[in-house]
Design a protein around this ligand. Structure first.
Ligand code: SAH
Length: 277
């Protein structure tokens, strides 16, 4: 694949109208919430306060929905997540609306740190953005970027489970995982990145700090790093200076030996669940 612009993957089910029960329920809740305030003859809410209450209730419902989808993504496999969004791709937009709200509370966005890093590298580097979300990397750099996510609302995004991408082997110079190692089978995403990367290619991982707090049920970053090294990477640099996220930089080394691969001990990464505000 040589073109940056990719046709939308047919796996994408944007037209699927099968809403799941929860989304139906919430829609009902939203519409009944909207009809609560008394209306005047002109069919306007009777007062300003009631209008505000309705807006607050809607925001709370969509916030709850975001937390539910988020929890689902952290506690299932990539395959299950793909099916989940196939049943109702509107959940993906809901997720990303909530994700943006969460991110707006962070002093720095990890994706911007990665974009800054990429801008200092060779512009001919081919980038694979695993779990690209709104494809901010592709929109910000001149490089060829293959943006991968479970749902594609954008012709530049390839819809797939990133454990199994349509990218050619040894075709990318950089593989990025920015807050996207969500599935319980996250190691299969890293194996896929290993396949897709050229020898010497970069693997960049940004993850939520709390997922790596061994005193609080999180993984030991040393064990995580060791497992990735055993997969066939050199750990080049780490940046743990940010309050919210960790950054790991690896490069792909020799072909890994399949016997060793089976012995790799992958620490489980604690789901990043958001509290109700
Ligand atoms: N990297 C983006 C988005 C992070 S949100 C950014 O930093 O802005 C995490 C994204 O990973 C979500 O869009 C989610 O759909 C995607 N994701 C999680 N598991 C995935 C999988 N198995 N395959 C493809 N994308 C996945």
């Amino acid at each position: 694949m040589t073109n940056k612009k990719r046709k939308r993957n047919n796996n994408n089910n944007n037209n699927n109208n099968n809403k799941n029960d929860v989304s139906k329920k919430n829609q009902q809740e939203i519409s009944s919430a909207s009809s609560t305030p008394k209306r005047t003859k002109s069919n306007q809410p009777s007062n300003f306060l009631q209008k505000i209450l309705v807006l607050q209730m809607r925001a709370r419902l969509s916030g709850g929905h975001f937390r539910m989808i988020n929890e689902k993504l952290y506690t299932c496999t990539g395959k299950e997540a793909l099916n989940y969004f196939r049943e109702d791709s509107s959940l993906f937009n809901l997720y990303h609306a909530g994700y943006k709200t969460q991110m707006s509370n962070w002093p720095e966005q990890p994706v911007n740190v990665i974009i800054k890093w990429l801008k200092k590298q060779n512009p001919s580097f081919v980038v694979a953005d695993f779990g690209c979300g709104e494809a901010l990397i592709s929109k910000s750099v001149k490089n060829t970027v293959f943006s991968l996510d479970l749902v594609s609302n954008d012709p530049d995004v390839i819809a797939c489970d990133m454990a199994n991408t349509p990218l050619d082997s040894s075709s990318a110079d950089v593989a990025v995982f920015c807050l996207s190692l969500m599935g319980t089978n996250y190691q299969t995403y890293l194996e896929e990145a290993y396949r897709v990367l050229k020898l010497g290619g970069w693997l960049l991982i940004a993850e939520v700090k709390s997922r790596f707090d061994p005193n609080n049920g999180g993984a030991d970053p040393e064990k995580f790093s060791k497992a990735i090294s055993e997969l066939g990477f050199n750990s080049v640099k780490r940046d743990f200076s940010n309050k919210m996220f960790l950054l790991f930089y690896f490069t792909k080394k020799e072909k890994h030996d399949s016997k060793r691969k089976k012995e790799i001990e992958w620490p489980s990464l604690k789901p990043c669940l958001y509290k109700r505000r």
